[in-house]
Design a protein around this ligand. Sequence first.
Ligand code: F6P
Length: 458
Amino acid sequence: MSRLIVISNRVQAPQPGTGGGAQGGLAVALNAALAEEDGIWFGWSGDTSDNRELRFQTYGGVTSAVMDLSEQDVEEYYDGYANRTLWPLFHYRLDLTEFERDFQGGYERVNRVFGERIGPHIEPDDLVWVHDYHMIPLGWVLRQQGITNRIGFFLHIPWPPRRLLTALPDHRRLVEALFAYDVVGFQNEEWLDSFFNYVKEEMDGTVDGNNVTVGGRTICAISCPIGIEAKDFIAGAAGPVARAAQLNQLESAVGRSLIVGVDRLDYSKGLPERFAGYERFLQNHPDRRALVYLLQIAPPSRTAVQTYRDIRNNLEQMSGRINGAYADTDWVPIRYVNKGYPREVLAGIYRAARIGLVTPLRDGMNLVAKEYVAAQDPRDPGVLILSRFAGAAQQLSVGALMINPYSAEDIADGIDKALRMPRAERIDRWQAMIENVVEEDVIWWRKRFIDALSAETQ
Ligand code: F6P
């Protein structure tokens, strides 16, 4: 059996002192494969120094190897090209996208160093799986090292439409790098179509089923939506930690309906628009104001980047203003919390919530939507209100209340409808969604990608 080599910016292998791991679904799924197949997870240590040596560690059955980056590397590669150029552009925010040659230079330099350090550790039968927008050129660097193994790439975020992508100086260079891979995976058909369109229009390429050919080189491009560790999450949501968190919420709700949002503090998540939609509901329904409250959990993210500081300031002002305008002596409309919680606690909060409000302006997938569904009590499930612009919409529109996140009226109407929805309809909708969440879970995703990567060249 071949080993699996995973390469990503953030390494989520189990760490000593954290009880053996238990992070998100992605980490669990990849770690399980790495432990079974004796693989290695490579990436950034998260630390800065001028030491460019890989540090290996085996813990919880998983071997990981991480490298430090210099301060300049972090500024140009992670804060710069990854999070000030590619992230906003790929999330359709051309207005927030910054173009600096130094960022691109740093991005390519860091990818080169990673490739040069990792290359010698790859053995002939290894399957290599590179993750996300931080690492697009890595496959190309590995090919320069003479690595002829099967190498796959999975993009966790959207792939933008051609006309947006062409705003990136050197866009073609970035896309050409994808042709070093054998398999390229996207979260859904929409992103895959945008990729096909770019290849046809900008590169004179051809698309035949999933085979994409440019200049004599054919790769396989697939839609492969990521899932959650569904069975585990469902069990966790009925366990003691979740139960305590659920009861805690229900007690503090004193008969009110909880609406919950959980997002990294990121402008792609549509949080100001969500607050505005919720405020519109409060305005439209003065009689029902005090019967609801919104709990928004938003742990800060990428705090070195100005646009992330701006969104944080904006949300502080909005939540302060809305609370000031509508609160009463025994009620505040928004509880806005800037910290993260363990998965089981979140599961309990989701289960206590009558509404899961997932309204990104654009999102590669959005696993909170799937976790919210998985956490519900089958006899009395809540309602998922979901943005049509989340990658998850393709799988969950069967049961979610679909809204346009730019429209405060749409969000307000969605909240109103969800609060009035009879139990029988809530159960029907939930059943349609849970089937998909369980079926297309994170193990299904991993297998689908690895199967495509292991397949002989088509
Ligand atoms: O899913 C997109 C993603 O950027 C992942 O690659 C990343 O691990 C996660 O969001 C959190 O972002 P960051 O690693 O920048 O904190």
